[in-house]
Design a protein around this ligand. Structure first.
Ligand SMILES: [Zn+2]
Length: 147
């Protein structure tokens, strides 16, 4: 698969489903759209202030030519195209250790399925007892004992 298409799938899977004129990457870098094509509603002087910040700290305030999109990875929001390359590093880890990750997820899933089946079996047994008690009530036993 070509790299671009692979990244497209990755971005789709981890997308925050938001984009906008301003996003704060989890690494601390701020990205903002200076193009006028998206007709963003900036507060008065807000864009100018960001541009000033980017002149003083160009690696912390990054001007973008378009809307800023993000991904959610490990519950943190990362900006697509950020200089921290966190997105690329995470994708690379997943791609390079794909077989190990699949093996881990398969084993984890099998264990979870077994656990669900044990719980389900226990609930069926309890339900059977409750039904039996309803059909043949005994004064000394109450259904709560089985719950
Ligand atoms: Zn970043």
């Amino acid at each position: 698969m070509d790299k671009e298409r692979s990244m497209e799938f990755f971005e789709r899977a981890f997308s925050s489903k938001t984009n906008g004129c301003y996003r704060h990457c989890a690494c601390g870098v701020i990205h903002f759209d200076v193009s006028l094509e998206n007709n963003w509603t900036w507060e008065k002087g807000e864009l100018e202030e960001l541009i000033e910040h980017s002149k003083r700290e160009p690696l912390k305030y990054i001007q973008r030519d378009g809307s800023v999109s993000t991904l959610i990875i490990k519950n943190d929001e990362y900006v697509i195209g950020c200089i921290c390359k966190s997105i690329e590093k995470t994708k690379s880890f997943i791609d390079m250790d794909r077989i190990k990750i699949i093996d881990y997820l398969n084993r984890d899933l099998q264990e979870r399925i077994k656990e669900e089946e044990r719980i389900n079996d226990r609930l069926k047994t309890q339900l059977r007892h409750v039904r039996d008690l309803k059909e043949n009530p005994k004064e000394e036993e109450s259904p709560e004992e089985f719950l």
